[in-house]
Design a protein around this ligand. Structure first.
Ligand code: HXC
Length: 278
């Protein structure tokens, strides 16, 4: 992480993170914990979530980090139970990161209605459910929410209609909640990561990683710690007048669009000829 933040700026704060065992959200959590926060990370799988919590706790002496597995963000009641456990063990919730997400490459013809729904449910409904379950704590503590979005919906990106639609919804949700909840002191913002190296998302989506850098104005991929730095900024007092924004952290890549020249439209043509998968 960068050295611009003072130690202990988040002392006494608790962050609740869905997808906290994943690559990006894990680094976000580590950074907030390093800067003084305690954390509760949520995941679908029990063992990796509990294991990640133990590892994250090592970044600061006396840090408390709990991992609550077996939670599907599509189920608001499961999230509510996780919130209860977090409050019981860590005392409160100040910050929320809606990070759980699902993704895979699929063209429209091979993307079933259920596959589309799965991703929209995890990314968009899951974000709604997370804020819903945390709302009492956010209201009590004048908390702050961070949605993890994407830049895919700034253009039409093939093979990503499901994720683009879900993340456009996430941006809309963030904006609406910023306006609705601002009067009671709750801030809501979103981060839109670009090509972030060594992440599950990047590995799933990019088939030719060495080719990507030249399409990024800053001429390199980003790192998870660069996402975490902007996360720390948004939760810090330095951003106390910032709400309702989406910050792309992508080296400027969205201005050039996703590099499609290598496969567009030829690769699509063959996919679109098959019998549609319902
Ligand atoms: C087409 C696919 C598919 C694929 C799954 N499906 N993978 N369709 N191509 N590669 C379809 C299935 O066939 C099924 O539809 C439907 O999706 C649901 O699949 P399930 O496995 O039953 O659902 P579920 O267990 O809920 O899994 C959710 C998932 C899965 C999203 C489909 O991939 C997952 O759990 N991913 C979690 C981890 C993850 O994706 N991390 C990456 C996050 S990165 P049918 O019709 O057969 O029933 C990220 C970055 C975004 O999000 C932005 C980057 C720029």
């Amino acid at each position: 992480m960068s050295q611009v933040f003072k130690d202990n700026i988040f002392s006494g704060k608790v962050v609740f993170v869905t997808g906290g065992a994943g690559t990006i959200c894990r680094k976000q959590t580590e950074t907030l914990v390093k800067l003084g926060a305690n954390a509760c990370i949520i995941g679908r799988r029990v063992e990796p979530t509990e294991e990640a919590a133990k590892e994250i706790a090592k970044v600061r002496e006396n840090a408390k980090v709990i991992g609550v597995g077996g939670i599907d963000v599509r189920q608001v009641n499961q999230l509510a139970k996780a919130v209860d456990q977090c409050v019981k063990e860590l005392g409160r919730i100040d910050f929320v990161i809606c990070g759980a997400a699902g993704n895979f490459l699929a063209d429209f013809n091979h993307l079933s209605a259920n596959a589309f729904k799965s991703v929209v449910d995890i990314d968009l409904l899951g974000s709604f459910n997370t804020v819903k379950a945390c709302f009492e704590q956010l209201r009590l503590n004048k908390g702050c929410v961070l949605f993890v979005s994407a830049t895919l919906h700034y253009q039409g990106v093939p093979f990503q209609s499901h994720v683009g639609a879900a993340k456009a919804g996430v941006d809309a949700l963030s904006n609406a909640l910023a306006v609705e909840l601002g009067p009671i002191g709750i801030r809501c913002n979103a981060i839109a990561p670009g090509a972030i190296d060594n992440t599950e998302g990047f590995n799933r989506l990019v088939t030719n990683p060495s080719n990507v850098d030249k399409y990024i104005p800053l001429q390199r991929k980003g790192s998870t710690s660069e996402i975490a730095d902007v996360t720390a900024f948004l939760f810090s007092d330095a951003a106390k007048y910032v709400t309702g924004t989406v910050i792309p952290v992508d080296g400027g890549m969205w201005h050039l669009g996703f590099p499609m020249r290598d496969f567009y439209p030829e690769k699509l043509a063959s996919q679109l000829r098959d019998k549609p998968k319902l």
